[in-house]
Design a protein around this ligand. Structure first.
Ligand code: FAD
Length: 500
């Protein structure tokens, strides 16, 4: 194909579709190019997906969204990390904080110093060194600051929000930016016999929407990438056996906590996500190990407030498509793959897909080199997150149910096995290219799940031991003191809402 890409068609109007549309309106609309989104009200959207990770802040900024207006429109709250309950022995808890644990020492990872000195008086658990964890436990919130002397410089944050409202908020922005929305059900996909590219989608009433580039945001159906283009699905259910979720809202309970909670259950786990107007709850479980009725009973028995609706059931399969860009089709969101929401990564993968697509935008013609680079970016992104999620299941001492015995003893991907082995040896973590989760995240989960290294990086021995121990004690005290003096999370939300 050699003519310019003048019409981009987005198929689907869930979170993925409207994120893509808002970004396209902002960055691809040069006055020459048309952007159309097709969605079906009758089919609807997945409608769950409430927790995010810090890069969402950059995405919202790129779109020019005002934080206060965004939080008001989506019922959003701040998120400082995830508290994991019962993942190691069933009785334990640890925090995966956003940001880092403590300041690095002369370029050496903070956790290496902690590993060496952790048994000394006044050093305490690694969680205490994360400002995000300290504020989360105190129920307070403040944004990060640039001054490296402040403990707040080590903190990062994200949001909890209602993904349906986020999509609606972005829709208003996208339509104002010139995106045309077509409502209707796509019944047929036409492909060009010569190139194999998608030529048009055809709606139930006969309307035909032709385009040059198609962004498939059709959800689990994967209407274009999986169905029309026939790209194979890479199934990861042997590593991630959870394949069902039940989601139920409860009324808001105070205080609105600035973090997500993920509590291990006999065949999966339960989420608790506090929004301004309600709390989102869900039970993710493996149908091979628990039936739906028992899963629902467990969820309803473990809520901290009355449900305001009946539980919604969703089925899924862990995995991704072999390629996410095929011909003139690029899939985003559930149409490209799915990893359970344990580390709140789906919306991030949409954002990542959008930014990589724009970075490699074909403009005048499709080239193999751009497409292949995109596919490598995205498959690496999914694979890295896959390993991180498997770690939570595999590194456990639980053996109280067949599910936990299975995940504990299963064979894991070689990439993860190597990461664990390196960490066990001297606490070293090496990130693969462009990997999403940084060293502090891996450290939080490894140590949280009781993978305690046998040693530490010997470079730490070059540091003055007493000086480092004093610095650690001081960091720990400073975090605890500051966390108590910050404003309560609910007060920050109220202030931001009033200013919006
Ligand atoms: P969908 O919401 O399914 O949208 C698909 C769109 O395609 C709809 O508009 C539909 O109408 C349209 N469509 C489909 N077929 C047709 C057709 N034939 N004709 C016309 N239109 C069509 N993500 C996070 O980041 N954090 C979380 O905490 C989180 N929690 C989750 C919990 C669960 C249980 C699940 C299942 C997902 C969770 N996610 C989470 C993922 C998140 O919900 C999705 O990534 C996000 O909502 C994007 O969905 P989507 O837009 O890809 O698909």
């Amino acid at each position: 194909m050699t003519q310019p890409i003048s019409h981009v068609v987005i198929v689907g109007g869930g979170t993925a579709g409207w994120m893509a549309a808002a970004a396209a309106a902002r960055f691809l609309d040069d006055g020459q190019r048309r952007i159309t989104l097709v969605e079906s009200d009758a089919i609807g959207t997945v409608g769950v997906g409430e927790a995010t990770i810090p890069p969402i802040i950059g995405f919202n900024r790129l779109l020019g969204l005002d934080e206060g207006r965004f939080l008001s429109a989506t019922g959003g709250s701040y998120k400082l990390g995830i508290e994991f309950v019962g993942w190691d022995t069933g009785e334990d808890r640890y925090f995966h904080p956003f940001g880092h644990h403590g300041r690095d020492f002369d370029g050496l990872n903070f956790h290496q110093a902690w590993l060496k000195l952790r048994d000394r008086d006044g050093i305490g658990p690694i969680d205490d060194y994360a400002m995000a964890a300290a504020a989360a436990h105190a129920g307070t919130f403040a944004p990060p600051v640039a001054d490296p002397r402040s403990p707040l410089s080590g903190l990062a944050y994200a949001y909890h929000f209602d993904a349906g409202r986020y999509a609606a908020f972005l829709r208003a922005q996208a339509e104002a930016g010139g995106v045309t929305r077509i409502e209707g059900r796509i019944e047929r996909v036409e492909r060009d016999p010569a190139s194999g590219h998608v030529a048009a989608v055809v709606l139930g009433d006969g309307r035909r929407v032709a385009g040059d580039l198609f962004i498939d945001c059709s959800g689990f159906r994967s209407l274009l990438l999986g169905q029309a283009m026939g790209v194979p699905f890479v199934d990861w259910s042997h590593w991630l056996p959870c394949d069902r979720a039940l989601a139920v809202p409860t009324r808001r309970t105070d205080p609105v906590l600035p973090y997500t909670r993920a509590t291990a259950r006999p065949a999966g786990w339960q989420w608790r996500i506090p929004l301004q107007h309600r709390t989102g709850n869900g039970h993710v479980y493996a149908s091979a190990f628990m039936d739906d009725a028992e899963a629902e009973r467990l969820l309803l028995a473990n809520l901290d407030a009355e449900p305001t609706d009946t539980p919604r059931r969703l089925s899924f399969r862990a995995g991704r498509y072999q390629r996410m860009w095929e011909g003139n089709v690029v899939a985003l969101g559930l149409a490209g793959g799915f990893l359970e929401p344990l580390e709140s990564t789906s919306i991030h993968l949409i954002q990542n897909g959008i930014s990589k697509l724009f970075a490699l935008f074909p403009d005048k013609r499709f080239t193999a080199v751009e497409r292949d680079r995109y596919n490598r970016f995205m498959t690496d992104a999914y694979d890295g997150i896959r390993d991180f999620i498997i770690l939570h299941y595999h590194a456990t001492r639980r053996d109280d149910t067949p599910f936990w015995r299975h995940v504990r003893t299963m064979t894991i991907p070689d990439t993860l096995a190597e990461k664990i082995a390196l960490f066990r040896e001297k606490g070293r973590i090496f990130r693969y290219d462009d990997e999403l989760f940084a060293v502090p995240s891996w450290v939080a989960v490894m140590i949280g799940q009781n993978i305690m290294p046998d040693g530490y990086d010997p470079i730490v021995d070059a540091l003055d031991e007493d000086r480092v121990a004093d610095a650690l004690r001081q960091m720990r005290r400073a975090n605890a003191t500051l966390a108590r003096t910050l404003p309560p999370h609910a007060a920050v939300l109220a202030r931001v809402g009033e200013a919006a």
